[in-house]
Design a protein around this ligand. Structure first.
Ligand code: 1GP
Length: 235
């Protein structure tokens, strides 16, 4: 079965999903086994990507993870150059919060030669960057401005515009290492507006924040930094 149909089926059963984000540039591939062992048992997907990793690096990391885990690996690419056949799927991200054509369509066209004949499952994703309280890598690399968290209406209309244009997922992003994670009111507003699954990430460092995101309506939460640094707070 496809990744997307599994995500949809889990959500329709009322389950909440958890993704770990691994940055190939920071990850030590020879420590993959130990890393995976200390992850919570309820992790559903491994996301692999970063702002400046290469396809080679990304491929090596995916292989290292797959040696020690049966979880599906989904690419979360910072650029078309990170696309590797080693993974199972790819978040095909359109940065709808921004107005940089390179991240709305440019990178997408550049990725076609690699994706066209690949077996990767393509997951069209409405990627929405909100202000996380400090400049994020997404903001820096894409040269776009995040949407202020008080702009509830703009955020939910952006998400809905994504759904109307065929995106299969919404990803509300506060940026890796955000000081301020995506607020509950944004999550609940977007969740009630769209009918596609809602992913949330950026700055989530504790079980309490994770639960808050789920309670607000997040279907899938992405945690990178806190697991990477082994600083996730269990309460
Ligand atoms: C970044 O949303 C992800 O794109 C995860 O962020 O590293 O802050 O967990 P963190």
């Amino acid at each position: 079965t496809s990744i997307y149909s599994e995500i949809s089926a889990s959500i329709s059963r009322g389950e909440k999903l958890l993704c770990i984000l691994i940055d190939p540039e920071k990850f030590e591939n020879d420590k993959a086994e130990a890393f995976l062992k200390r992850m919570p048992k309820n992790v559903n997907y491994l996301l692999v990507g970063g702002s400046t990793a290469t396809a080679q690096q990304t491929g090596e990391t995916v292989k290292a993870l797959k040696r020690h885990s049966d979880l599906p690996v989904i690419l979360f690419p910072g650029s078309h150059e990170q696309i590797t056949e080693e993974a199972d799927g790819i978040l095909f991200l359109s940065l709808l919060s921004g107005r940089n054509p390179e991240y709305l369509i440019g990178q997408h066209i550049k990725s076609v030669p690699r994706l066209r004949f690949s077996n990767l499952e393509v997951l069209p994703t409405a990627y929405i960057l909100v202000d996380g309280g400090k400049e994020s890598a997404v903001q820096r690399v894409s040269e776009t401005i995040p949407i202020a968290q008080c702009e509830l209406k703009l955020i939910s209309e952006t998400a809905l515009a994504g759904e109307f244009s065929g995106k299969k997922l919404v990803y509300l992003e506060a940026g890796s290492g955000a000081k301020k994670a995506v607020g509950s009111s944004i999550i609940s507003e977007v969740k009630s507006a769209v009918s596609i699954p809602v992913m949330v990430g950026g700055g989530i460092r504790s079980a309490k924040q994770l639960q808050q995101a789920y309670d607000a309506g997040a279907d899938m939460v992405v945690i990178g930094t806190a697991f990477e640094d082994n600083t996730f707070v269990q309460l």
